[in-house]
Write a new protein. Sequence first.
Length: 364
Amino acid sequence: MEEKPIKILFVEDDSGYVRLIKEMLKEYNRALFEPTHVTKLAGAIKHLKTETFDVVLLDLNLPDSWGFETFEKLRAESPSIPIVVLTGMTDENLGVMAVQKGAQDYLGKAEVEGNLLARTIHFALERKRIETERSQAVEELEKSRQKFRNLSAHLQDLREAERKYIAAELHDELGGLFTAIKMELSLMTPNTSGNQEKLRRAGESLVKLADTGIETVRRISMELRPEILDHLGLISAIQWYMSEFQKRARIRCKCLLSKEDIQMNKNRTTAVFRILQEAMTNVARHSEATKVTVEVKKDEDTMTMKIEDNGKGINEEKINDPFSFGLLGMQERTLYLGGELKISGTPNKGTRVMATIPISEKGK
């Protein structure tokens, strides 16, 4: 494979020194160098705007710029490119200052020889690569921290919304029921003691109200945490949830589920169920789908859950949106379990969510 040359922008107005440096680079046999020479800062800036270079060799004293200002102007135009400053005997302090302000290195013109020059160029490229990777890592870390901050705030909002929902349900449903029961009891006065028919009707009404209260408590409890998840396992819980979802959302649901239950500890089972719930919430709210298929299968110590709808399809922008808290929640749950979550969409054809999760704790 042919070695890719290192492209150098050489900014120097001394023609004799230019020839010397070019000869040194040409004689070095462990790398290929492709120098482009300009004599002025303006020419260097023009080249940087239209071409790509790996490194700049920069003399600070040029016909159109002098001293440390030369470095500052060039770096302002192209802050990402590594710069090696060339200094005269009296300019060493400027070279040190340039390194402090972002240059990769400096060389005294009088001490330059082939191996030193080539090594300095290589080190400058490597330092710049490490610096760039570190900068990118810091940026990614900050993005990740921001995602966690956003998600934490969203989870707090969800807790408040859940409290508000429970309070409203208790007030509207159970409060109304107890009021009705009180009214029925108030009718059962001593004056009705001899009227068996009125007593019978009042008793039947109370029984119905009690049944409604029991059903309301069961519904609220199931919505907060389905008992079936603890007693009958994940597969049965998914079947129940999808049946309820189809009734509520009026979206046709098809389940292709493992014939054997998937045995996981309580925390992992709950996390998988919550991933399903969040995915289905997104289907109901955003997909405009008429059909959704949930497939769950087991492969040795791994389970795969795939949810596909025939809706409008999610786009990449939404997938990567740091404020898509539902998606973030699914991703964080999956990562916590040591798994992998893939989300993809096709315009007007639908969205696919696929979670691959280790069944046992060792995958975490």
